[in-house]
Design a protein around this ligand. Structure first.
Ligand code: NAD
Length: 486
């Protein structure tokens, strides 16, 4: 624990900044406070925006290679402090070591891979008459607003593309998980020009101030769909550019030709990775009626062997729920299932005396399609398992949602797997796998799961304005020119 006793400060203009107002951060495995962090004032936000604006003038004009080197430098900082960041991530977020390793080393990898990307100008016309090119110029100051489920990786998904394209950034982590982001910015002060990467901590109110700020040009937001709508409304005031990565209710469709025991572990982790606090978790599992009973039984059996506990213990596979509000929300879904008379195949009993915010993995046996557990996003370890018998019908049910983030299909008949996958309305459709991400793969939501995307060149473009330059090669305006352009 002593390694984590630290004077957590924000980073504004390359320097530490503190505040009289502070708020506590908790270890979700024990419900004990682990740190007090500054709550940024509006004046501090203004100072960060002014610093980012000043830095933008030089940073946006720097050679691409300078900014590429900066991303590699951030990757180096993450790699050389990976043990600290992984342990700190487990402490504040709750995720076990394997998940923390994936997120922290993944963040470094993301920086290195985004550093390899470039946005070349597009030559639209190159004729004897005219040269027309479209360039992609940096937008300005970016406000990045991040949730608590993958606090480091989702910040990096914004920092890396924003910086390489020449923008400067102010990151606001979730008030539940600010520690790694504060440490990361502190560790980066020596490797980045001042004002380029600022971090401010605070509650939802700070998010509202960022989205309405007159001098912030773009907001990159990941979080709840309802919050995304607030962001969009607030951004309208100054017509900020927005990227919204929002909620999901991902369906997984299991075909009749699977062997239950073989597919069960993959289906389990599709749903419960990161303790199901995952935008892309499988949140509705549709199993063909021919194998439904066997798959449900195999899932129950697998669940019995999974160790839930403090993420700091080496044997833990699933940690706690990250915060009290979310814990109460998941319990409300369990209570609703009980009130509606749905059957729990396993789980459904929460021990309120537990040291941390622990909820056992809960499988709900074939609840109706219109139940809350099927329609909504619980964002915790409770999964409805649903029977299907007709292909068109299951596709319609899978698509019958306001969300469209991810989806997956599982089976041996590869023709059917691909045919079904092609009809699913989602930003990412996985076939016989799930949770495969890449810096070079566009990631975003259809419908109310988001606007725009992150990662890949499509993601980079979102941090730029298109600027088309047309040059008339024939026009001449000199005193002795042949008067073509009067
Ligand atoms: P949240 O919307 O409550 O909070 C996200 C961030 O927004 C926090 O930093 C919060 O302080 C800030 N915020 C809250 N109100 C705001 C406002 N009015 N204006 C500006 N900022 C505001 O979400 P959460 O509970 O932290 O995260 C869970 C949600 O995030 C789930 O719905 C999940 O599906 C979604 N999510 C989506 C993705 C994706 O990539 N699509 C990834 C992870 C999580």
């Amino acid at each position: 624990m002593t390694a984590f006793v630290h004077d957590y400060q924000m980073t504004i203009n390359g320097k530490g900044a503190t505040s009289a107002a502070r708020f506590p951060v908790f270890n979700p495995a024990t419900r004990q406070p682990i740190a007090n962090v500054p709550a940024a004032s509006e004046t501090q936000l203004d100072a960060a925006v002014a610093a980012a604006r000043a830095a933008f003038r030089t940073w946006s004009r720097a050679a691409w290679s300078v900014r590429r080197d900066a991303l590699n430098a951030i990757a180096g900082v993450i790699e050389s402090n990976s043990e600290l960041l992984m342990a700190l991530l487990t402490l504040e977020q709750g995720k076990p070591r394997a998940g923390a390793e994936w997120e922290i080393l993944g963040s470094a990898l993301w920086c290195r891979e985004i550093a390899k990307q470039t946005l070349a100008e597009e030559v639209v016309e190159d004729s004897t008459d005219r040269l027309v090119v479209t360039q992609f110029s940096a937008i300005g100051v970016v406000g990045a607003i991040v949730p608590w489920n993958f606090p480091v990786l989702l910040a990096i998904w914004k920092i890396a593309p924003a910086l390489i394209t020449g923008n400067t950034i102010i990151v606001k982590p979730s008030p539940y998980t600010p520690l790694c982001t504060l440490r990361l910015a502190e560790l980066c002060r020596d490797v980045l020009p001042k004002g380029v990467f600022n971090v401010l901590t605070g509650g939802d109110e700070l998010g509202r101030l960022i989205t309405a700020h007159e001098d912030i040009d773009k907001v990159a937001f990941t979080g709840h769909t309802d919050t995304g709508k607030h962001v969009m409304r607030a951004a309208a005031g100054t017509l900020k550019r927005i990227t919204l990565e929002l909620g999901g209710n991902d369906p997984a469709i299991v075909l009749p030709d699977v062997e239950a025991r073989k597919v069960a572990p993959a289906l389990f982790w599709a749903a419960f990775q990161n303790n199901a606090q995952f935008c892309n978790a499988t949140k509705r599992l549709y199993v063909h009626e021919r194998v439904y009973d066997e798959v449900l039984e195999a899932l129950v059996e697998y669940t019995r062997g999974v160790v839930v506990g403090d993420g700091a213990l080496p044997t833990t596979q699933l940690g706690p729920i990250q915060n009290q509000q979310q814990y109460e929300k998941v319990i409300e879904y369990i209570d609703d299932c009980r009130r509606q008379g749905h059957r729990f195949a396993i789980g459904g009993e929460v021990a309120p005396s537990a040291a941390g915010w622990f909820i056992p993995v809960t499988l709900v046996d074939n609840p109706p399609d219109n139940s809350r557990i099927v329609r909504e996003e619980p964002f915790g370890p409770i999964l409805p398992v649903l029977r299907w018998h007709d292909e068109d019908e299951v596709i319609a049910r899978a698509n019958d949602t306001i969300y469209g983030l991810g989806a997956s299909v599982w089976g041996n008949d590869l023709g059917a797997v691909r045919r079904i996958g092609a009809q699913l309305e989602a930003g990412t459709v996985w076939l016989n796998e799930v949770h495969q991400y890449s810096p070079h793969q566009a990631f975003g939501g259809h419908k109310q799961s988001g606007i725009g995307c992150e990662n890949s060149l499509h993601g980079l473009v979102e941090y730029t304005n298109a600027r088309t330059i047309t040059f008339n090669r024939r026009a001449a305006f000199g005193r002795d020119a042949p008067g073509k352009a009067e």
